[in-house]
Design a binder for this molecule. Sequence first.
Ligand SMILES: Cc1cc2nc3c(=O)[nH]c(=O)nc-3n(C[C@H](O)[C@H](O)[C@H](O)COP(=O)(O)OP(=O)(O)OC[C@H]3O[C@@H](n4cnc5c(N)ncnc54)[C@H](O)[C@@H]3O)c2cc1C
Length: 481
Amino acid sequence: MIRYDNSIVWLRRDLRLHDHAALDNALQASRQVRVLFVFDTDILDALPSRRDRRVEFIHGSVAALKADLEALGATLHVLHGAAPQRVPEFARAAGAQAVFCSRDYEPAAIRRDAAVQEALAGHDIAFHDGKDQVVFERDEVLTQSGRPYTVFTPYKNAWLRKLRSAGLAHHAPGERLERLAQEPPVPLPPLESLGFVRTNLAELGVRPGEAGARALFEDFLARIGQYKAARDYPAVRGPSYLSVHLRFGTLSIRELVATAQAIGGAGAETWLSELIWREFYQQTLWHRPDLAEGRCFKPEFDAIRWPNPAGHFEAWREARTGYPLVDAAMRQLDRSGYMHNRLRMVTASFLAKDLLVDWRLGERHFAEKLIDFDLASNSGGWQWAASVGCDAQPWFRIFNPVTQSEKFDPQGRFIRRYLPELSKVPDKYIHAPWTMPQGVQAECGVTIGRDYPAPVVEHKLQRERALALYKAASAGKARQA
Ligand SMILES: Cc1cc2nc3c(=O)[nH]c(=O)nc-3n(C[C@H](O)[C@H](O)[C@H](O)COP(=O)(O)OP(=O)(O)OC[C@H]3O[C@@H](n4cnc5c(N)ncnc54)[C@H](O)[C@@H]3O)c2cc1C
């Protein structure tokens, strides 16, 4: 039903036209719709580097979206400034009666949206936010006693039950796209004018926008049947690599879920489970916004005084731990902004439980580097690995970095890809090169301590220290109870 003459769709992490809830809702309710994107200085100014793959990815996706809108006779208005000022200014200048957007569940975004809503209300402009980036949000999946789930498997079962009963919405505006305001193209500020420079995104083959997302999804659909078997091996093209597209909404989560369901079988079902983990962490953050401030989901572990030994965090960050799988993973992160899921678990666990460094430092480092950084999943993943989170790995289970390497990169193919200095090390020693006898070191041209670091810690010893830290924190809880 038409309620407004003019409205705005304000895009944020939903950079597509296809199956877009806010766009569809605006087109249904309005005679004329304009589309807006703001390069928000409140977010951009806080980024530590001017060479940020995410900003380039967003810029490329915005350019693609603008071209798609221009093919429909419309355009994408792109502004640079603080959203709480620029959105109301633009809405007023356009004579809009309403602003539509997709809901965001991060605490800072909730605060931003409340500020925008208040400013708009001052000018009698309505603000409509709606669900788009998840299938089920906030309080939609609760236990029978009305509480948020804290264990994944029952959450997943309840999520699947709800999906069976509620089905998936589909937002296809079809002919309503004619309601997009027909306007000449407006300029897109170049990346450099936003204060950022190009990265190696193109070299990495990361294609932004809906077209990039679709190409990747099709590539994955040809392999989805093998996902369950292949996903844990970083040397293999096992996962979908769609995380950056899910982060910025260049694909619709509803479309991914519908496709996985239609395909069925072990591969697609396992992949669907991963998409549900994403929703699990989104709802966890929504119920526990203090997680964004680094509070542990299990408060007893806030009491741990992390030793943070000098040099340990730097060795981890700079891929100098002497544990090849950890170092190769950290180089993958640095060079590509991506890290394989198995390796995110291994490196996170290693930082907390082997190096005894506060996991929050690692969480922050990932937040700076990951192209797919998502507050909810990153916090969830770190708290899982550090055993302080919601349905986390039990604290007494500590990954052995050598065993993980033997199991998930048996021939060291991934290691050799990122650590060419170890390329000639025999398979037998690739997971623990410090065990190479002098003669073998000479034969393969790698002297440990010179060409590749000696291990920064001894796993067995550190494991005992970590167990003592966790045990003391757990005992503290027991005493309080
Ligand atoms: C310490 C740590 C930090 C992490 N930080 C992030 C992050 O900042 N952003 C992020 O998107 N994921 C994060 N993850 C989850 C996971 O590692 C990535 O989603 C996955 O590696 C992305 O690759 P993919 O798209 O090829 O995944 P696929 O295996 O193809 O999975 C498909 C999608 O499911 C979701 N997904 C998969 N695994 C998880 C998971 N464990 N938790 C939540 N969602 C999941 C992602 O959206 C992913 O794109 C983190 C995991 C750990 C252990």
